[in-house]
Ligand binder design. Sequence first.
Ligand code: SF4
Ligand code: SF4
Length: 493
Amino acid sequence: MTAELQSSPGRIDSPWREDGSRRWMYPRVSKGFWLNARRSLAYLLLVVFAGLPYLQIRGKPAILLDLPRREFTLFGWTFLPTDTLLLALLLVTIVLGIFLATALVGRVWCGWMCPQTVYMEFVYRPIERLFDGPPGVRHSPGKHRTPIRTVAKYAVYLVVSAFLAHTFLAYFVGVDNLARWMQQSPIHHPGAFLVMLAATALMMFNFSYFREQTCIVACPYGRFQSVMLDPDSLIVSYDPRRGEPRGKGKFRERDGQRLGDCVDCGLCVDTCPTGIDIRNGLQLECIACTQCIDACDRVMQRLNMKPGLIRFSSQARIEGQQGRLLRPRIILYPAVMLVLLSTLVVTLANQQAAHVTLLRGPGMPFHEIGDGQISNQLRIKIRNRSGQQAQYHIEIMGDGPARLVIEDNPMVIEDGQTKTQSLLITAPRSAFQQGGHVIDLRITDGRSYDQQLPYRLMGPQGPAVSAARDGDTGFAGVFSRVAKTVTFCKIAS
Ligand code: SF4
Ligand code: SF4
């Protein structure tokens, strides 16, 4: 910055006192263009945050983060645990999008769209002002504060926090489960009830006590901003070349020196939700909420001076240099995002209508079941992603000696559901060479899914006796004998 900044003795310019203790913030509301724009967006976002779990896209919730099943549904697409790469592509694209937005318009996410700010500034603080009255100067609390009003205020906080906790839970369990649980006694779903209680307590702690400390201390994004911003990024900035030397007084002169446009009224600090003085330059605590712009513009207006002493500008422009829109990072980020997004879209478009996993059964790798037959127990897991109910038929390809024994064939699976069942494959001992015999298993729904999966059956290396005989009493032996019966029935039929 070109002009030397003066400090204002005794004035608040930090969320902490000199001894490091916390300073409670009671920011005054500054009306103006930016507040109107931010408020409109905040109300829209409040509806979006509360409504997203109810929204259905392609018959699925818009967002459902099913942690126990490790399945994430985002805007109609379900990412399974096997789709880690796709999810990683999506997350990296989102992170790059945040980098790009920060490089262009600074911390607009923090001040305008982050749920923390939206709920804090447009739900909890208005409730506080309703009960306490408008905040006083230098972040002093409202004058209407009484013990009864304070109890009532916290009661309202609790109701709002419980609502937010239920909304939060809906993102993880879905609105149907949530509605069902809400109609039942907590005894029927103690785990979910405890999570809801913990979420309510967390919301209360965050919005009634921790507040702006979340942005300043807990959130890592603010700490990364110095590497994401460059001198041409838009930030909320004070123009020291115009404002300094600051000073009060109608006649803009002091000791024969002409004063700058800043009348040192302190309103930009009084309105700041993180309690900083933007005249000290860009600081980690600034969430780009633009309240100081509205405050200062009103002062300028009243004094018949040009608004914009505090404005959205870049560091380069504030210092009188020519600003640049196109910089290497502004080209690089979208280019990488385009590649990642294209890969994601192409992969999603070509995604198969089912996800099939073949697993070896538990226990011994194979069993000798008499008549020179060797059996392998398998498990097949099918996830239907076709968008409708499907019937998956399973068969062994070719004229080989292997035979398939399966209870449900075809497997009828609803859209979005997963089914697992055991199957047995038998083959004569003579088919095994070097302990193995490769077959091709075909799985088809007769419409959009038709796949052949090679599978290597395990068998004896030579003429030695098998791993499990009919006399075995363990699970493998019992299953082997049951399977033998079924096998012979099926083969005979
Ligand atoms: S300095 Fe201005 S823009 Fe930054 S947080 Fe404070 S009021 Fe908001
Ligand atoms: S609101 Fe404007 S005039 Fe008042 S102290 Fe802040 S920068 Fe100076």
